[in-house]
Design a protein around this ligand. Structure first.
Ligand code: NDP
Length: 324
């Protein structure tokens, strides 16, 4: 039975008298630190002495070096997953360490003798702050990895509540389930959807449709985004009522045309690599080598001509972007 946790089941007061050390002041770190403080929690931000620390101090936080977190009662580790194992982490035996992703726990990259848990927002870092301020909150995945003190669950839920992560409900997952799901979205779902979009662009170009019009359909109009919004708010079946009869007939009568494509097998292979830890080994080796292949991939995917093409298109059509 899947366990769904609601706000009423968590008490922020569990953390009364406890100091929370937030390691990292990036996407998640800044949002967590601000949300925790606004929820009445005593926060110290532990970061290297660089512009991140300046930002934390400008936001009014007490700061320390990374190893300063070892004095805290609760330590929220909010830096990239591949960097976490390199931290000078020696928490007290009665401390609680919380990660925002199951990755390091699932693949044995973080072995600590204290309470260890996971609060993984299903939300981009800066949006964690925005959703908190708007009062909507966001869904999280929560999990307990190790409970030494008997208070791991209450402390994990208190932190989840304090950042706004129980307002829409939380799903209890093991770190392994969370890590496989999270990486599968990135490595199986996203590339498959990208491949589908590329095929669509190719077929439309062959029919003489201008690229501007194709990209408008895919992203610029916002129609796809808003349709997914309706799927979220009303359900996939209910939102069909907003599509014309021609559209409904076309979508449903052609749904089986792609059934023979064996996307599942390719996805299963990618997910096997994740679950077996082979991807984590590969990513560690990439980190140890100084990220050469990542840089090669970034140079190709974010080449100046691609960025310029996208900027030009977006200057002509669609809503002006607002920074998150
Ligand atoms: P970021 O890339 O934004 O983290 C940046 C922070 O990490 C900075 O404070 C940076 O410090 C610090 N950092 C980076 N490298 C090092 C290093 N070698 N030593 C010490 N500090 C370092 O990370 P995110 O916020 O994106 O991710 C944090 C966690 O949240 C991860 O576990 C991730 O999986 C999880 N998560 C992220 C989501 C997202 O949307 N981004 C969504 C849900 C979970 P400095 O400025 O000093 O370099």
């Amino acid at each position: 039975m899947t366990v769904i946790v609601r706000e009423a089941e968590a008490q922020i007061e569990t953390l009364d008298g406890q100091r929370v050390g937030v390691i990292g002041y990036g996407n998640q770190g800044r949002s967590w630190a601000l949300n925790l403080r606004d929820s009445g929690i005593d926060v110290v931000v532990c970061v290297r002495a660089d512009p991140s620390r300046d930002t934390a101090e400008a936001d009014g936080f007490a700061t320390s070096d990374l190893d300063g977190a070892n004095d805290a009662d609760v330590i929220c580790v909010l830096i990239p997953d591949d960097v976490i194992p390199t931290l000078p982490l020696t928490p007290r035996p009665d401390a609680m360490v919380i990660v925002a992703s199951g990755y390091t726990l699932a693949f044995g990259r973080l072995n600590l003798p204290c309470d260890v848990g996971m609060v993984a927002p299903r939300m981009l870092g800066p949006e964690v702050r925005r959703c908190y301020l708007e009062g909507t909150g966001f869904i999280t995945a929560v999990g307990i990895h190790r409970d030494v003190t008997g208070t791991a669950r209450s402390r994990v839920l208190a932190v989840a509540k304090a950042i706004g992560g129980l307002r829409q409900g939380a799903i209890e997952l093991t770190p392994e389930q969370e890590a496989v799901l999270d990486l599968a979205v990135e490595q199986a779902l996203a590339p498959a959807l990208r491949r589908v979009s590329e095929s669509f662009v190719q077929v439309m170009l062959e029919r003489g449709v201008p690229i501007e019009a194709i990209v408008t359909e895919l992203v610029l109009s916002g129609e796809v985004e808003r349709t997914y919004r309706l799927v979220r708010l009303e359900g996939g079946a209910a939102q069909m009522a907003y599509h014309s009869p021609t559209s409904q007939y076309g979508q449903m009568s052609r749904a089986d045309r792609f059934g023979h494509l064996d996307i599942t097998a390719a996805m299963r292979e990618v997910v096997d690599e994740i679950a077996s830890g082979r991807f984590a080994d590969e990513w560690d080796a990439e980190r140890d080598a100084g990220y050469p292949y990542l840089e090669e991939l970034q140079a190709k995917a974010m080449a100046p001509e691609i960025l310029a093409f996208e900027a030009d298109l977006r200057s002509k059509l669609g809503e002006r972007a607002t920074a998150i």
